[in-house]
Design a protein around this ligand. Structure first.
Ligand code: DGJ
Length: 586
């Protein structure tokens, strides 16, 4: 540095240099942000909610690792390059409470640091999954000092013989009879000691993530706990729970319900209405005698607990936080408990978890939770519709891979303005899954367009499972699209196509009054105007192509065989993008 420079010039140089060095260190100077907008956050756009990273909308093209893959850096070594090859941009990785706090108050973040550094080195983002008090409705992740001290950290209990769910091993494990009820390997949500121990550990984790990543934003959002809920009974029957259940519904919850009476989730509102919309009383007085009151009681206490944990973490580093729900096998029975029906063969399933029907209870109890997410393995479209309600953004942390997953991803982003989609066990296949990789690539190309069109009705998507699925009609911009499943056509000179049995799906974006993009495969689309004017619509131009850094690069111009002589926009068996314009006539 030339010290003979004018004083103010000298000052500027010193300032620039010190800022530069501070940024590279990232852990030296305490991380402070001009505003919460500097860190990953959520932002509304029309009816959609977007995840904003470094000032820009971000679509999480994600994949969830198997539960414990990220607990060993060596185990992860061969996996990172595979994740990169699969073209995803975000990895969901579990963090075990027991692993980071093996001794009470003593935290070890070596593995977490390694996972963050490796993700960063591979140019990948992370969502960390806080496996702590609960995982799949059980408590296998708390540290031994919690598990062993069951007086200080009490368990949930079920009534003797109340375990109608044969599939759960619980009923086969010989247990000592406790106070007439049976203790589960499940921390009770009604214990302040449990809650505060979890909240302290989570706050320590978030404080650390802020220190090591507060400027780099490798970690974008957090899942708090995993598929919480009561197993084996409709509610906790521990002494503390029985006392609370016999007591009044907290005023806080009743105030919330009264304030939101007209916008409550219909399934839940019906239960409260059936019991007379009472505004005070015991749980059974307000919600009616039966299992629905049990579920609402459990939902309130799980939400309070998880909400407190989330709040403790956000006080350190307020990036977005979500909870994920274990869902019954078929959405048709949706929430048997809430419908007051005795459980079917499914038994009691994660009772009190963030099911779509009790989102209001979770919102009232856990206002710090930003998103309620479905682990939607079955009935994907139904669960997307149930969770993309009352302003809840859709993020799917667990679902399927393969061609099914590829179709679901396009559907979630296009039809439900999803923030992200993530197949479970992404590293399980020995090589990157070709269908998923193609879909990740397609959505990456389209990302600027998708983000620009989220939340204003100028984008949609269709997913059809087979030729027997009825055609779907979707309005997108100035036209209504009639979409049918199509098997590859016999094209002269081409080998006979293999049966197209994978699910077909596509995203449709109205980029202008008559201008569109369609991305996907296996569908044939025809159009009809949905605004006044000439009643018929035709394809004016069609071209296939790709987006390179957001810029459209056209390939072949498609007419004749490739548009069924202009009758349909044809998305073949190979996933691709087409840009087309429509015209109207009579
Ligand atoms: C749902 C859970 O959330 C996951 O962690 C995992 O246990 C799957 N079920 C089954 O692999």
């Amino acid at each position: 540095m030339n010290l003979t420079m004018k004083p103010q010039l000298l000052f500027c140089c010193t300032l620039v240099c010190s800022l530069a060095s501070a940024a590279s260190q990232d852990t030296s100077s305490p991380v402070s942000f001009a505003s919460a907008l500097d860190i990953p956050h959520l932002r509304k756009q029309g009816t959609a909610t977007q995840l904003i990273v470094d000032g820009k909308p971000f679509l999480a093209l994600a994949g969830e690792l198997a539960n414990n893959s990220a607990t060993s850096l060596d185990y992860m070594k061969p996996i990172w390059p595979k994740l990169v090859d699969s073209k995803l941009n975000t990895v969901l990785a579990g963090v075990s409470w027991g692993q980071i706090e093996p001794v009470e108050g003593k935290f070890d973040f070596k593995i977490v640091d390694g996972v963050i550094q490796e993700a960063r080195r591979h140019n990948l983002h992370l969502a960390l999954l806080w496996f702590a008090s609960w995982k799949n409705g059980m408590s296998s992740y708390p540290p031994p000092w919690v598990k062993k001290d069951f007086e200080r950290f009490p368990r949930a209990q079920i009534a003797e013989g109340a375990d109608p769910w044969p599939v759960l091993t619980i009923s086969e494990v010989p247990r000592t009879k406790v106070t007439g009820n049976l203790s589960l390997e499940l921390l009770t949500p009604l214990s302040e000691a449990n809650r505060e121990a979890d909240a302290r550990a989570f706050a320590a984790l978030m404080r650390h993530v802020k220190e090591v990543d507060g400027r780099k934003h490798t970690v974008l959002f957090i899942q708090v706990e995993n598929e919480v809920g009561m197993q084996g009974d409709t509610r906790d029957r521990s002494p503390g729970a029985n006392q609370a259940f016999a007591g009044p519904v907290p005023k806080e919850l009743m105030d919330y319900l009264q304030q939101h009476k007209d916008t409550l989730i219909p399934e839940f509102r019906k239960v409260w209405e059936a019991a007379g919309f009472k505004t005070s009383g015991t749980w059974e007085e307000v919600f009616g005698k039966g299992v629905a009151a049990d579920e609402i009681f459990m939902a309130w206490h799980f939400a309070r607990y998880v909400g407190r944990v989330a709040a403790a973490g956000k006080a350190e580093y307020p990036i977005p936080m979500y909870v994920n729900a274990a869902l019954p096998r078929t959405s048709s029975i949706a929430d048997p408990v809430l419908k007051g029906r005795e459980p079917t063969i499914l038994g009691y399933f994660a009772v009190g978890g963030p099911m779509a029907d009790v989102m209001d209870i979770w919102r009232a109890g856990g206002p710090q939770i930003d998103i309620f997410s479905p682990d939607a393995y079955n009935d994907f479209a139904d669960w997307c519709a149930k969770y993309d309600r009352s302003g809840n953004p859709l993020f799917v942390p667990e679902s399927r891979g393969g061609s099914e997953g590829a179709a679901r991803m396009l559907y979630a982003f296009g039809r439900h303005n999803a923030i992200g989609y993530s197949p479970m066990g992404i590293e399980r296949s020995s090589t990157p899954d070709p269908d998923l990789t193609t879909a990740y690539d397609l959505v990456t190309q389209l990302a600027p367009l998708i983000s620009a069109h989220q939340g204003d009705g100028s984008m949609s998507a269709v997913m059809l499972r087979s030729p027997s699925d009825p055609p779907q009609k979707v309005p997108v911009g100035n036209y209504t699209l009639q979409v049918v499943f199509t098997s590859p056509r016999r094209i002269a000179g081409e080998p006979p196509p293999q049966g197209n049995r994978s699910p077909a799906a596509a995203i449709f974006i109205a980029a202008g009054p008559d201008e569109y993009y369609a991305a996907g495969s296996g569908l044939a689309i025809s159009f009809s105007p949905n605004t006044p004017g000439p009643p018929l619509a035709g394809l004016a131009t069609v071209e296939e192509g790709i987006f390179v850094h957001g810029r459209w690069v056209a390939g072949r111009r498609l007419e004749g065989d490739d548009s069924d002589e202009g009758q349909f926009l044809m998305l073949g068996s190979k996933k691709g993008i087409q840009h087309f314009t429509l015209y109207r006539y009579r």
